[in-house]
Design a protein around this ligand. Structure first.
Ligand code: 2HG
Ligand code: ZN
Length: 460
C-alpha cells in the first residue's frame, strides 16, 4: 500500500479496500475495452459516512475518485486508467424503504436495476426504466447517465423517475435533494443537475424511485420491413392505432450476429430491417386493431412479413433478437455511436447519415439498431479481426467527427443515453454550445472545487 492509502486506512479503518491486480483490472474498466485499467485501489464503502470520509481524504491527498456502479457503461465513464481510487457502491445495494402512499421506493445507489424492479413488483407496482443490462447495471449508474432503454417511448428516461436523491459532492457535503416531493418550486432543482452528470459533480449514494401502476397485459409483434422509410411509416401508423410500450428496430446484420449467438430465426426469408413492437393488449378490440394495422402495412408495402407472439416464451424469444445484439457484437470490439434526433428530423438525417456511413466505412460491418421511437439510433462499427485496435479507433474517430457535423446540422445529440465519458468527449461541442459547456464547467467548480470527481470525463 502507498502512503495515501495508509492515510485512508487510518481515517477509515473499517473501509474495505481491494488492491490485488485482478481486482484492479476488474473494477478499473467498463464495457469499453479501449483503456488499460490502472486504478490505485478499489474502495467498497458500506455507508454514506464512509463515502464522505473517502471524499475528504481524496481532497486532502489530491487523489482522483471514479464512482463505480455495475460498469456496464459504453462511453468509458467508469474507466480508471490513471491511478484513481475507484469508489464502488456495490455494498450499498439495499432497499431502504417503501412508502405505499407516495409510491416511493428508497434504494441505495449500488442496487442493480433488476432488483429495484423486482422490489417494485413485490408491492404490486413497477419501476419502468428497463434495458438489457438490467441484471448488472445499478441505479446509481443509471442516474449518472440518465439511462434510457427500451421503454422510454412510454415512460421517459431515468430522470422522470427520481423523486429524491442523496449525493456526496466533491467537497464532501451530503446533499439531500427534493425529498420525494411531486411539486417543489423552491429554486434550482439540483437533483436534475446530478442526473446525467456522469459522476463529475457528486457521488450518488441513495435515491427515491417513483413507482407506478404495473403495465397492462401486452403483446409482442416482430415486423420485417424493407427500408428505413418503412420503419418510420410503421412507427407512426402503429403509434396512432395502438398503445405502444416499446418500438425497437434492427437491421439484417444485427440479426445475423444474434442468430450466430443462439437467437431463433424469426422468418424463412431474410429482410433488410426488423421492428419489435410491444403494445397494450387488454381485449379483443386491441387484437383486432393490431391485426388490421399489420394488414394495412402489408397492403401499403411498409411491412413484408410479421409474427405475433403466441406465448410468453415466444415473446421473450422475439425480444431476445433485439436485446441480444450488444452481447452478440462484443467480441468484435465495436466502436459505438449512440445518437439522438427529434423524430421529425430522422428522415433527413438518415438519408445523409446512411450515405456518410456507406461512403466512409466501405470496409467495415456497420450494425444499426435502437430505439427509433425515441429518435435514438445505435450505430456499431465492427473491428475486422486483423486490424489493430489503434488504427480502427483512429478511423472511427475520423468518421465520428463527420457524423457529429451531420448531427449538429440536424439538431441532434452525440449521446442519447450512454453518456459522453471518454469516448464522446471530443464531440461534445457539436452537441452543446461553448457557452453551455463553460456553464457546466463553472458548476463543476462549485460542486467539486478540487476536481477530484471523475476528472477527464465529459470534458477536461
Ligand atoms: C441498447 O439499446 C443499449 O441495447 C446498447 O443501449 C447499445 O450496444 C449498443 O450500442
Ligand atoms: Zn440503447
Amino acid at each position: 500500500m502507498d502512503a495515501a492509502l495508509d492515510a485512508l486506512h487510518d481515517a477509515l479503518p473499517d473501509l474495505r479496500l481491494l488492491t490485488e491486480a485482478s481486482e484492479l483490472a476488474h473494477y478499473g474498466r467498463d464495457w469499453t475495452r479501449r483503456w488499460t485499467p490502472a486504478p490505485r485501489a478499489i474502495a467498497l464503502p458500506a455507508s454514506v459516512d464512509e463515502v464522505v470520509g473517502i471524499v475528504r481524504w481524496a481532497r486532502g491527498q489530491g487523489v482522483a475518485l471514479v464512482p463505480s456502479g455495475g460498469r456496464t457503461g459504453l462511453s468509458g465513464g467508469a474507466v480508471a486508467a490513471h491511478g484513481e481510487l475507484v469508489v464502488s457502491l456495490e455494498r450499498m445495494n439495499k432497499v431502504r424503504g417503501f412508502d405505499p402512499v407516495d409510491r416511493l421506493l428508497t434504494v441505495q445507489a449500488g442496487i442493480p436495476l433488476q432488483m429495484a424492479q423486482e422490489a417494485a413488483r413485490t408491492h404490486g407496482l413497477q419501476y419502468p426504466v428497463d434495458f438489457a443490462a438490467r441484471g448488472s447495471c445499478t441505479i446509481g449508474g443509471n442516474i449518472a447517465t440518465n439511462a434510457g432503454g427500451i421503454r422510454v417511448l412510454r415512460y421517459g428516461n431515468t430522470r422522470e423517475w427520481i423523486a429524491g436523491l442523496t449525493v456526496v459532492t466533491g467537497d464532501g457535503e451530503v446533499l439531500r435533494l427534493n425529498n420525494g416531493l411531486v411539486k417543489n418550486s423552491s429554486g434550482y432543482d439540483l437533483r436534475h443537475l446530478l442526473i446525467g452528470a456522469e459522476g463529475t459533480l457528486g457521488i450518488v449514494v441513495e435515491a427515491m424511485l417513483k413507482l407506478t401502476a404495473p403495465p397492462p397485459p401486452t403483446q409482442v409483434m416482430l415486423l420485417a420491413l424493407p427500408d428505413f422509410d418503412a420503419v418510420l411509416a410503421a412507427f407512426s401508423t402503429l403509434r396512432e392505432g395502438l398503445r405502444l410500450e416499446a418500438f425497437e428496430f434492427f437491421t439484417a446484420l444485427a440479426l445475423k450476429h444474434v442468430l450466430a449467438h443462439g437467437g431463433q430465426r424469426p422468418f424463412d426469408d431474410d429482410h433488410a430491417f426488423y421492428a419489435v413492437v410491444e403494445y397494450a393488449n387488454e381485449d379483443e378490440a386491441d387484437e383486432v386493431a393490431a391485426l388490421s394495422l399489420f394488414e394495412q402495412g402489408l397492403d401499403n408495402g411498409w411491412a413484408l412479413d410479421g409474427v405475433i407472439a403466441a406465448s410468453q416464451a415466444q415473446a421473450a424469444q422475439l425480444w431476445r433478437l433485439r436485446e441480444g445484439i450488444t452481447e452478440s457484437l462484443a467480441s468484435h470490439t465495436p466502436y459505438k455511436n449512440d445518437v439522438a434526433l427529434r423524430i421529425s428530423a430522422l428522415p433527413a438525417f438518415l438519408q445523409e447519415a446512411e450515405r456518410l456511413i456507406s461512403d466512409e466505412y466501405p470496409q467495415f460491418e456497420v450494425v444499426w439498431f435502437g430505439h427509433i421511437g425515441d429518435g435514438n439510433l445505435h450505430i456499431n462499427v465492427l473491428k475486422p479481426a486483423d486490424l489493430p485496435q489503434a488504427d480502427f479507433v483512429r478511423d472511427c474517430e475520423r468518421v465520428t467527427k463527420l457524423l457529429a457535423d451531420v448531427l449538429e446540422r440536424h439538431g441532434g445529440s452525440i449521446s442519447a443515453e450512454h453518456g459522453i465519458g471518454l469516448v464522446k468527449k471530443p464531440y461534445l461541442l457539436g452537441t452543446r454550445s461553448a457557452e453551455e459547456v463553460a456553464v457546466m464547467q463553472g458548476i463543476k467548480r462549485v460542486l467539486d472545487p478540487d476536481g477530484i470527481l471523475n476528472p477527464g470525463k465529459l470534458f477536461d
